[in-house]
Design a protein around this ligand. Structure first.
Ligand code: TYD
Length: 137
């Protein structure tokens, strides 16, 4: 995968003076059926999550509260997205090296995932990630 396969998704925003509402639909706003969701929260200052790649898993990442950086690398180039609005989501296809960092206090990260959790799908070593990509996977 290349960084050009990453997509910025603007989620619907229903503005209401009683409070705003945003919704997410699998196979619509998210380009896959949502199989699993997980959250990352209570991240101590300076900690880094992620730093791995997936062989098959596609994700959509959203900041529900606070702010954090999503750093993506395709083996050649790196791009950093700062997420700080619950209606802005980022589609991260498999095959990219992805890191979450610079979490603000009380930040809450929501991840929508295309598959069940499977440790065998992870590539946790950057050199292995480069080799896996070079093999044309
Ligand atoms: P992991 O995805 O490795 O997070 P990070 O890369 O930020 O460290 O998840 C950490 C641990 O949580 C992992 O070893 C197993 C567990 N886990 C599950 O059991 N199910 C899940 O859906 C996820 C995402 C993680």
């Amino acid at each position: 995968m290349k960084l050009s396969d990453v997509k910025l998704i603007q989620l619907p925003k229903i503005l209401d003076e009683r409070g705003n509402l945003t919704f997410v639909e699998g196979e619509n706003h998210v380009p896959f059926p949502i199989k699993r969701t997980y959250m990352i929260y209570d991240v101590p200052g300076g900690e880094i999550r992620g730093s791995h790649s997936y062989k098959q898993l596609d994700e959509v990442i959203i900041s529900l509260s606070g702010c954090f950086d999503l750093v993506l690398n395709d083996g050649v180039d790196t791009v950093t997205y700062t997420l700080n609005r619950s209606y802005n989501a980022i589609y991260v296809p498999h095959g990219l090296w992805r890191t979450l960092q610079n979490f603000s206090t009380n930040s809450l990260c929501l991840v929508l995932a295309s598959t069940d959790y499977d440790e065998a799908d992870y590539i946790r070593n950057y050199d292995e990630f480069l080799a896996f990509n070079q093999d044309g996977n």
